[in-house]
Write a protein that binds this ligand. Structure first.
Ligand SMILES: Cc1cc2nc3c(=O)[nH]c(=O)nc-3n(C[C@H](O)[C@H](O)[C@H](O)COP(=O)(O)O)c2cc1C
Ligand code: SF4
Length: 537
């Protein structure tokens, strides 16, 4: 997109932005109708084709999906629980089969089996007619020093007491060595420093609350239970770099989180501290596209473009939202900031390990005896997390998916080799990611797990680069067609994984091979009939 066009589209921000309007219109009838699309195109003076280019990308804006009233969760944890049919049966009490769509993970993995109806999400045991409040996500603190136990009840006082000189904010955050909690583990202070050093002008803060990874619901917990803490972290970051706008991109699948954050912003806007802060908050509701969690796709999404990944450099800290220097970070990263400002960066750095400082929120799914969000100190043995904090498993589990579909798959036998930190996982050929955990039952076939992974990625690939656009589809087709009589040529499959890893533009195509290779390595015996070894090409 040219800089001029980008500058023009920046004129209509917040509620008036194209994406916000598409989302609002679609909300009324479950995705957009063709008529609504034409009306919007006329009003906005853009071609229907351009608008369709954007809207057709999203599950909840796509005209082919118009009229859906309820959605069954098709996330990994619900698949492992075998509860999709039960969720559909629950929905059929409220709408017809044609009105039921699918949503990718509603963040109810602690229940196993969930659906979305009437702007609320439910687990299969609850009945919308008898529920007035969203059920709370269980929270357990296992860290000696918890960052998230107390809520910040008064954001205005926090703002007045804790927001010091920008240099002091940046110094405290540098001392903390806080690493981003969204998966890649990038040092937060480095991002702030780069944005602060960018030429003066409008700068932007963006909180990535897209939490699309099936099995993760810790961001959802923070948004619903600690909204002021998230806003306080964003305000501090804005103050540190001199930003005057702060965006929260929250996935549509979290209607209650959207409501909680809206209420928290409205409450803050009514205080005198809001005026002095000079920061304008915007909430952007996602529309059902996993790739929008990727930072540059997210920026394009807010701008109303088809959310394809941008090439880097330039990085968002140089050229981010509407081309302005932008700090984009995860919910939990921002939520850690207030504690650091109140207690000091060194105090934070004394928790955890030298390179992975602080605590981490873990999402443990329904396969654990104590499912929910657990706050743990980074560096604790994984064994302790599973058996002590999580209480072990309800029934036999053979592996754990950790960090979502782009994280890793750890066989139960390898658990004793790992501690919960970025380095330990990387050294053993795994990846911590956001560290949410899903138990893979003993009797769940690994070939089906591979099929699930590939078909999810084929559906969610943004299509910008060839290795991922074609590779995820090809991999999915190969796996779907594989039988013991017609196995996949292993050499071809390995080539496909190499092409994805080395040729992809972003972490979706590039990250998929790692969990797939974990499975191929550790569950070779179970998969051997589905792969034919080395016949060459
Ligand atoms: C396919 C894909 C999906 C992602 N989804 C999320 C997400 O839902 N939430 C998130 O914070 N980061 C997600 N990320 C990582 C972001 O691109 C980015 O690194 C992160 O938001 C930066 O925040 P942090 O530094 O606080 O971790 C995703 C990355 C990829 C490649
Ligand atoms: S790797 Fe996949 S999701 Fe990422 S840019 Fe390429 S096509 Fe898009």
């Amino acid at each position: 997109m040219s800089k001029n066009t980008r500058n023009l589209s920046a004129r209509q921000q917040g509620d008036k932005a194209l994406f916000a309007e598409l989302s609002k219109t679609a909300q009324q009838g479950g995705s957009l109708s063709a008529e609504q699309l034409h009306v919007l195109a006329r009003e906005r003076r853009i071609s229907v084709a351009t608008l369709l280019g954007t809207s057709s990308f999203y599950d909840f804006l796509n005209t082919f999906k118009h009229g859906k009233q309820g959605y069954v969760c098709n996330g990994t944890s619900c698949l492992m629980a075998g509860k999709r049919n039960a969720a559909e049966q629950s929905l059929l009490r409220h709408c017809s089969r044609q009105e039921i769509g699918e949503a990718t993970c509603l963040g109810h993995c602690f229940h196993g089996g969930a659906y979305w109806f009437g702007e609320q999400t439910f687990d299969i045991k609850s009945d919308p007619q008898n529920i007035s409040k969203q059920p709370r996500i269980p929270f357990y603190n296992a860290a000696q020093q918890s960052l998230f136990t107390d809520s910040i009840s008064d954001l205005a006082s926090f703002y007045q007491d804790s927001l010091l000189d920008p240099d002091i904010i940046l110094k405290k955050l540098a001392d903390s060595r806080l690493r981003g909690r969204g998966g890649a583990g990038f040092h937060f202070a480095d991002k702030l420093a780069a944005c602060a050093a960018a030429p003066a002008g409008q700068k932007v803060i963006v909180c990535n609350a897209d939490e699309g990874d099936p099995g993760a619901f810790s961001d959802r917990y923070l948004l619903e239970v600690q909204p002021q803490r998230v806003l306080a972290g964003m305000l501090a970051a804005a103050h540190g770099v001199g930003a005057d706008s702060a965006y929260l991109y929250i996935r549509a699948e979290y209607p209650y989180a959207l409501q909680c954050m809206r209420e928290a912003i409205t409450a803050f806007e009514q205080t005198p501290a809001y005026a002095t802060s000079g920061v304008q908050f915007y909430i952007i509701r996602g529309a059902g596209a996993y790739i929008c969690g990727e930072e540059t796709a997210l920026l394009n999404s807010i701008e109303g473009l088809r959310p394809e990944v941008r090439t880097r450099p330039p990085y968002p800290t140089q050229y981010g939202l509407y081309g302005q220097p932008t700090v984009l970070s995860n919910v939990e990263t921002f939520a850690a900031v207030p504690w650091i400002l109140q207690h000091g960066g060194m105090a934070f750095a004394s928790i955890g390990t030298t390179q992975s400082t602080g605590t981490k929120l873990l999402s443990l799914d329904h396969s654990f005896k104590r499912p929910g969000v657990h706050e743990v100190e980074l560096g604790v043995p994984l064994q302790q997390v599973i058996n002590e904090y999580g209480g072990g498993f309800h029934s036999a589990v053979k592996a754990i998916q950790i960090g979502g579909p782009l994280g890793c798959v750890v066989p139960l036998n390898n658990v004793t080799d790992l501690s919960l930190d970025f380095e330990s996982f990387a050294q053993q050929g795994f990846q911590l990611g956001h560290a949410g955990m899903i138990g893979i039952p003993q009797d769940f076939p690994m070939i089906d797990f591979l099929r699930h992974l590939f078909s999810f990625m084929a559906h969610e690939s943004c299509g910008k680069c060839v290795p991922c656009r074609l590779g995820t589809r090809k991999g999915s087709d190969l796996l779907m067609a594989a039988t013991k009589d017609t196995p996949i040529d292993r050499e071809t499959f390995d080539d496909l994984l190499d092409a994805l890893e080395f040729g992809s533009l972003c972490g979706l195509g590039g990250g998929l091979p790692l969990p797939v290779r974990n499975i191929l390595q550790y569950f070779n015996a179970e998969l051997t009939d589905y792969f034919r070894q080395g016949t060459g090409r």
